[in-house]
Design a protein around this ligand. Structure first.
Ligand SMILES: C[S@@+](CC[C@H](N)C(=O)[O-])C[C@H]1O[C@@H](n2cnc3c(N)ncnc32)[C@H](O)[C@@H]1O
Length: 287
């Protein structure tokens, strides 16, 4: 079976893992269109004028320093193949990779992202940690969408990607990227993955799923980096609070308001806007 056939099989179960927020948004086949903005990360095509405008607005918010970083350079080079410019979502990921570099001094051999989108996180892993294995857990619609982007830009070959359906799939050699529908996330229990990452994603999930993911993370004795809205109310009234995630007794390396997600820009006057609420982020070690 092809990768797409395997991922398609999980579509019919996907609704079980959607909060009211995602039921609203992923309710038809739009996820097959890689050009659309669908609420799970953005992809901005590169052209001279757009690049110029983004850069000016970004510099107003972030200053100059981030643009000189190694992580910025690596994202930029990696995006060339996608004819993609670095937008605000990507800048936030670049800050994340810098923070990880500062705080985790040993080599990262494996990382698992829960809730990527538009290969925002994958692009950073592939360019900044090119030797690491990557595990991506997501709703199958978004796994398909991200897979289509990887194929469109010839980023990874099929023989280096595996859809995880059973333990044996995790043991296959030559696999760079493991795609994992939520049904099979439990296969990552006790798997010794170095780092788990979750950006703007627990904030829109069912609490039962968040709890399951924390059980998996803790069983890996891993690091967890997560950055989410401090407080968010979903369409059906579910309330997600950063402080209430099932943190357990991992040691907090930092746990604080995220200083790089306070303002965003748009090309419409007055150009700069505050996010709806504070974002908090933390790095926890469950080692
Ligand atoms: C707002 S998007 C964040 C995209 C990306 N992390 C970023 O910051 O650019 C939230 C992501 O969480 C994913 N998601 C929602 N429910 C999920 C679940 N139960 N398990 C895994 N991922 C889920 C969505 O499919 C989506 O990719």
């Amino acid at each position: 079976m092809s990768i797409l056939q395997k991922l398609n099989y999980y579509l019919k179960k996907s609704n079980e893992y959607k909060s009211s927020f995602w039921i609203d948004r992923l309710d038809n086949e739009r996820y097959l269109d890689t050009k659309k903005f669908l609420g799970f990360g953005s992809f901005t095509k590169n052209n001279f004028i757009s690049n110029f405008l983004h850069k000016i607005l970004q510099k107003k918010i972030y200053g100059n320093e981030i643009f000189k970083s190694e992580e910025y350079r690596k994202y930029k080079n990696f995006f060339k193949k996608q004819n993609r410019l670095i937008n605000i979502d990507n800048i936030q990921h670049i800050y994340f990779f810098r923070k990880i570099n500062e705080n985790i001094k040993h080599k990262i051999n494996s990382a698992c992202v829960i809730g990527d989108g538009k290969i925002n996180f994958l692009s950073g892993m592939l360019s900044i940690y090119p030797e690491a294995k990557i595990y991506s857990i997501n709703l199958s619609e978004v796994l398909i969408h991200d897979y289509l982007i990887l194929k469109k830009y010839n980023i990874l070959k099929d023989e280096n990607i595996s859809v995880v359906e059973k333990v044996e799939d995790l043991k296959k050699t030559n696999i760079k990227l493991f795609l994992i529908p939520p049904d099979n996330a439990h296969l990552l229990k006790d798997y010794n993955i170095d780092l788990f990452v979750n950006f703007s994603s627990f904030q829109e999930m069912k609490f039962s799923d968040i709890k399951n993911y924390f059980d998996i993370i803790k069983s890996n004795k891993s690091y967890l980096y997560t950055c989410n809205r401090y407080h968010k109310i979903l369409p059906a009234g579910e309330i997600l609070k950063f402080a209430d995630y099932p943190w357990g007794n991992g040691s907090k390396i930092f746990f604080e308001k995220c200083e790089w997600i306070t303002k965003y820009y748009s090309f419409k006057y007055p150009f700069f806007y505050d996010y709806d609420g504070d974002h908090w982020h933390c790095l926890i070690s469950y080692k």
